[in-house]
Design a protein around this ligand. Structure first.
Ligand SMILES: *Cc1c(COP(=O)(O)O)cnc(C)c1O
Length: 453
């Protein structure tokens, strides 16, 4: 094992992480933490999505009529259309299969949040990314004396002419670039996406087809972000979407909690002290799961527990929170590579913003090997007929990996957040599925080291 920084070498959890072995850390003694003072960002973002619903319905016809599951929970969405939301579905067949493969029975029901099926950009990034683009569009409209609240503004020739003079810039491993690029371009903005080396070729092609400028970098995600930041700073009209630090992205993600509360209610699922909800969130830089966690804690308080799940070679948020160093430590500092097949999760250094503000609200962390992540694609395909990208499955085995007895009493619902997949081209999708089916029996091992404190 490579040398750990001396002050961290006493910590058994970090020693386990540093071996690259799957590691679970349950924070049972976590005091009931106060929510950070962020004002009403969640409600503000929800209202913004509502204002733009008619624009989405007109601009993306596939959003005009919500699927039946969504329409049942949100009658207003059925009326207006243009609602960016994903289904909530039970997964009894996956639960049974995973129980067999992992050799244990889960107490409580397994459910899936299908952000892989979010309209327009097919990943959880549609929440945060769209929100920041919409907020920017409103700011530009306001600056030019246009009617900010009227959705017709954003379809007008006048707005589009103004938007063409403004550039939106982002650095991304892929999915954030897709959501920002696709939406930015549809609103008429110039858009530049700085992509890291691990970004999939099809994501670059798709963006270029939407008229987005794609700049390819040979380095990792942090390098792509830095290049984007520098290019935006040099252009007075540019808006940089900062995945390491953005409150607007965060606010967009948090709206998921308000929506989930309505969906749980429509599905007849109670969340209270006798029926706890545990949510498993794949984590990259931390913005997506951090925003969702903030929202869930606001809505459900102590009755929800959020567990962040990362690849065992790239547990950036886990390491940042455990060490207390947040963005001042990278996974390479403990001898890990930062490389993973889960391209959306290939992040070596966490967000500057999420760990310090949301860290106290996160009830557990887990790291999983790439084979387990890949195998999850096979399990979901075989059992539920759901095809996702590998990153999306990171949380799938974790309900069985919390140790026995379960660390939290009265858990009745385990919700695994599926974070991306709908945009994956058919040939890549079948590659992931074939590979995943071949690896299914690996989802069980190696056993995770479990630490509870
Ligand atoms: C971005 C992403 C995540 C994690 O979100 P972060 O904000 O990077 O933590 C998870 N899954 C998929 C598919 C993603 O694209």
């Amino acid at each position: 094992m490579s040398a750990l920084p001396p002050d961290l070498s006493d910590d058994a959890v970090i020693r386990s992480l540093a071996t690259g072995a799957p590691t679970t850390w349950i924070r049972n003694a976590l005091a009931e933490a106060a929510l950070p003072e962020l004002g009403d960002v969640m409600d503000g973002a929800a209202a913004r999505f509502d204002r733009f619903a008619p624009w989405f319905a007109a601009t993306f016809p596939e959003t005009a009529t919500p699927p039946p599951g969504i329409a049942a929970a949100f009658p207003e969405a059925a009326r207006s259309g243009g609602f960016i939301e994903s289904p909530l579905t039970p997964a009894p067949a996956a639960q049974e299969c995973l129980g067999d493969l992992l050799g244990a029975r889960l107490s409580g029901q397994l459910w899936l949040k299908r952000d892989d099926a979010l309209p327009v950009s097919g990943s959880i990034k549609a929440r945060g990314g769209f929100h920041e683009v919409l907020e920017f569009a409103e700011a530009v409209a306001a600056d030019h004396g246009l009617d900010v609240a009227d959705p017709a503004t954003y379809a007008s020739a006048e707005f589009r002419e103004i938007a063409a003079e403004h550039r939106i810039v982002v650095g991304s491993t892929g999915n954030l670039g897709l959501s920002i690029g696709i939406l930015g371009a549809r609103l008429g903005f110039a858009a530049s996406v700085h992509m890291s080396a691990d970004a999939r070729a099809w994501k670059k092609t798709m963006l270029r087809d939407h008229g987005v400028e794609v700049i390819e970098h040979t380095g990792d995600f942090v390098e792509a972000v830095e290049a984007g930041r520098a290019s935006a700073a040099a252009d007075g009209q540019a808006h940089f979407v900062d995945d390491e630090d953005s409150v607007s992205l965060f606010a967009g993600y948090s709206v998921a909690a308000l929506r989930l509360a309505r969906q749980l209610e429509a599905a007849g699922i109670t969340v209270d002290g006798d029926h706890r909800l545990v949510v498993y969130l794949p984590c990259g830089i931390g913005g997506g799961p951090g925003g969702v966690t903030f929202g869930l804690k606001r809505v459900f308080g102590d009755n929800v527990r959020c567990v962040f799940v990362e690849p065992s070679q790239a547990p950036a948020m886990f390491l940042g929170v455990r060490s207390g160093r947040h963005s001042d430590i990278a996974v390479q500092d403990i001898g890990l590579t930062g490389a993973t097949a889960a391209d959306g999760l290939a992040v070596a250094r966490p967000s500057r913003f999420i760990g310090p503000t949301i860290g106290p609200l996160i009830s557990g962390f887990a790291s999983v090997p790439d084979d387990v992540i890949r195998a999850g694609v096979g399990v979901l395909h075989e059992t539920e007929g759901i095809d996702v990208e590998p990153s999306a499955t990171a949380g799938l085995s974790i309900p069985w990996r919390l140790g026995a007895p379960a660390p939290w009493p009265n858990v009745s619902t385990h919700l695994v957040w599926l974070t991306g997949g709908a945009m994956v081209p058919d040939d890549e999708r079948s590659h992931y599925v074939v590979e995943g089916i071949g690896l299914m029996d690996r989802i069980a091992g190696p056993a995770s080291a479990i630490f509870i404190d």
